[in-house]
Design a binder for this molecule. Sequence first.
Ligand SMILES: *[C@@H]1O[C@H](CO)[C@@H](O)[C@H](O)[C@H]1NC(C)=O
Ligand SMILES: *[C@@H]1O[C@H](CO)[C@@H](O)[C@H](O)[C@H]1NC(C)=O
Ligand SMILES: *[C@@H]1O[C@H](CO)[C@@H](O)[C@H](O)[C@H]1NC(C)=O
Ligand SMILES: *[C@@H]1O[C@H](CO)[C@@H](O)[C@H](O)[C@H]1NC(C)=O
Ligand SMILES: *[C@@H]1O[C@H](CO)[C@@H](O)[C@H](O)[C@H]1NC(C)=O
Ligand SMILES: *[C@@H]1O[C@H](CO)[C@@H](O)[C@H](O)[C@H]1NC(C)=O
Ligand SMILES: *[C@@H]1O[C@H](CO)[C@@H](O)[C@H](O)[C@H]1NC(C)=O
Ligand SMILES: *[C@@H]1O[C@H](CO)[C@@H](O)[C@H](O)[C@H]1NC(C)=O
Ligand SMILES: *[C@@H]1O[C@H](CO)[C@@H](O)[C@H](O)[C@H]1NC(C)=O
Ligand SMILES: *[C@@H]1O[C@H](CO)[C@@H](O)[C@H](O)[C@H]1NC(C)=O
Length: 453
Amino acid sequence: MRATHLCFIISALLLSLLRVRASTLELAKGFAATPDSSISSFQSFLVDPNGNFSFGFLRIQQSQLALAVLHAASSEPIWVANTSTTQWADSTTLIFNGSLILSNSKTGTHWSTRSEGDRLVLRNNSNLQIQKFEEGDTGPSIPWQSFDSPSNTLIENQNFTANMSLVNGAFSMKLGGNFIGLYTNFINQNQIYWKHTAMEAKASIIQGEGPIYARISPNGFLGTYQNEKAPVDVLPFNTFQRPTSGISLIRLESDGNLKSYYWNGSAWILDFTAITEDCELPNFCGQFAVCTPGNGCECLNNKTEYHRPGDCARHESQQGSIKSCTGHSIIRKTGVELPYKELMEFEKMGSLSECESDCERNCSCRGAVYNNGSGYCYRLEYEIGTLVGVGDEEKIGYFKVVGGEGRWEEGTGVCCWCGVGCGGWSCRGWDWCVWGVEGVEEEDEKREDGDGG
Ligand SMILES: *[C@@H]1O[C@H](CO)[C@@H](O)[C@H](O)[C@H]1NC(C)=O
Ligand SMILES: *[C@@H]1O[C@H](CO)[C@@H](O)[C@H](O)[C@H]1NC(C)=O
Ligand SMILES: *[C@@H]1O[C@H](CO)[C@@H](O)[C@H](O)[C@H]1NC(C)=O
Ligand SMILES: *[C@@H]1O[C@H](CO)[C@@H](O)[C@H](O)[C@H]1NC(C)=O
Ligand SMILES: *[C@@H]1O[C@H](CO)[C@@H](O)[C@H](O)[C@H]1NC(C)=O
Ligand SMILES: *[C@@H]1O[C@H](CO)[C@@H](O)[C@H](O)[C@H]1NC(C)=O
Ligand SMILES: *[C@@H]1O[C@H](CO)[C@@H](O)[C@H](O)[C@H]1NC(C)=O
Ligand SMILES: *[C@@H]1O[C@H](CO)[C@@H](O)[C@H](O)[C@H]1NC(C)=O
Ligand SMILES: *[C@@H]1O[C@H](CO)[C@@H](O)[C@H](O)[C@H]1NC(C)=O
Ligand SMILES: *[C@@H]1O[C@H](CO)[C@@H](O)[C@H](O)[C@H]1NC(C)=O
């Protein structure tokens, strides 16, 4: 009696598993789902034919919800829908009616593919596709696919084109005319901090022949192409020309680094690192900080103790006027340089004071770094991220900070209140100051989020 009972339960369980499994290879029009509060991490709706990848609701930090494609064995997100993360609430629904739509009955539509398709499938390369069938067609057309809107990850064989970007927080990766660039957004100002220019060894980039695109090859490199004939560049990974059995991906990390990994069957193995020295990252210690190789982080002002990124900026933005560009203080620091100075424009100037006063006069200049040896003056139009500490006392930084106390000399900026008798650029300066402080707070929040997860 007991055994029969158990047998019944087991077969019912198997049946339901099979049903789930069978129904998760594709989703048809009419599909609708809500978050299941009994699932603590990932609620799968769809798997790929090999069972390597899975698409569903990903729960982040108890209360937040994202729509993601995961690598099943490692639970690593490969793709995340570009929606501000949603609260994990019963009122959230995901529907497929030709478009995949994430909405909330209270707050409306959060995200939509705005497509007209017939079914949703997850391909064996992790590509989430909406397919449409028309009579007479040999295969389905693809009104939408996740490969066209990557998040922070590019997986093997996925094309990365000139109109795409990988994004992680304030960092992004984009293609230029003949290079791959990493950029950081320092409060609405993009600064390139890593650049890999195509070598054009096997093929040259020909003007007018279309934009370049990049793709990870199973042979252990990130190839850049203008057409399929030959790569215009090969960026080798450690496993270059030594094919691994597992899949490779490249990811823009939360610290702005670009890393490649391959799956060895049980772990993701690091295969390439764009920036090998932490201090060379654009914002490793947060804003208004100095990173000295082998010696860690410290704040630009000598008073704030550094514990974690954001500490130095918090002090700088606490006091003082944020509504005008007057009332700032100046911090000077010797033995510092910009981590990405090779990628920055500069102007040659005769002396440190010339470089400084040029910045002092100009409200949109937030700081300058001068090299007394070469005479190069690098101007910053944004609040400084992290500088690199160098032994060379000839490299001197000059930074305007909002806040600070007595010991620092008062700035004499010429900017004034928006609309009060200034040129057009000062209005920009005003906006900029407000943005600056908000940006710092946002950055802090992001860091906190990051630390928590
Ligand atoms: C995908 O699945 C196959 C077999 O099911 C396995 O050999 C392969 O390593 C998996 N790939 C990844 C990326 O997990
Ligand atoms: C995500 O969406 C925002 C706002 O619509 C857009 O500005 C941003 O570029 C998008 N990010 C990516 C990676 O497409
Ligand atoms: C899908 O649903 C959305 C929102 O309810 C609606 O705006 C859209 O027209 C629907 N699309 C189709 C093809 O029915
Ligand atoms: C993935 O799917 C394609 C066609 O959709 C097929 O040609 C290929 O062999 C599949 N790869 C694996 C590893 O299953
Ligand atoms: C990548 O682009 C090439 C050339 O346009 C194309 O042949 C290939 O099918 C694309 N791959 C994917 C996964 O879309
Ligand atoms: C992006 O560029 C590719 C070719 O590089 C093109 O096929 C595609 O339509 C473009 N997508 C958008 C949204 O512009
Ligand atoms: C994969 O890498 C991990 C971590 O380095 C290691 O412990 C494991 O043995 C490797 N697995 C295989 C199949 O090589
Ligand atoms: C910080 O201290 C060093 C010596 O310890 C000094 O040379 C430097 O001027 C100080 N910087 C500031 C901004 O007070
Ligand atoms: C201020 O600096 C910015 C950028 O360095 C420059 O574009 C602008 O022309 C300068 N304005 C004045 C008034 O010098
Ligand atoms: C800069 O260089 C000049 C001459 O090369 C020298 O006189 C001056 O002391 C140097 N200043 C600093 C701050 O190193």
